[in-house]
Design a protein around this ligand. Sequence first.
Ligand code: SF4
Ligand code: SF4
Length: 176
Amino acid sequence: MFKFLKILIRNIFQGPATEAFPLAPAPTPDRFRGRVSINPDLCVGCGICKHVCTGGAINISPSDDKTGYHYTVWYNSCCLCGSCRYYCPTNAISIVNNWHNSHFQEEKYKMAETHFIPYMHCEGCGAPMRVLPPHIAAKIYAHSPVDVNKIIKLCPSCRQIATAEQQGELHESKPE
Ligand code: SF4
Ligand code: SF4
């Protein structure tokens, strides 16, 4: 009896051992995989995430007027494997700890993150393109003397030419 009373008094002072959810927010670890999230500013539309997606949860399709592309990730199909985040070359994808994904069956196609991501125009030839994120350009050209700020707004073809030209100019200007 004394043992029981001891446990009872201890539990009264400690409070409930279970979470109060849904009456209060459930504590969620920061790195918990709740849902995939995209940073449209960093996406260059390469399509690698769609290619590696285990659940077929990602779709990237050009807009009808060809001014950009629609990016969709369906929470319903995503198995949170993390492949898209791992392979995205620009770190545009993260997995956030928001796990509030419950929904009715008729809402399943609405459970998605969608973005319209517009194209810019290449400053060299005017072709539609996405700007290379500066932190990625800085990594790619870390050992090259080219001016990164001049080439990030160029399409891959113009970038190749500009890089070769800049390197050629620097080479020619070096004292013999
Ligand atoms: S892999 Fe990254 S940069 Fe490429 S389309 Fe997907 S989100 Fe965009
Ligand atoms: S976490 Fe896996 S299943 Fe989910 S969108 Fe990314 S690649 Fe697809």
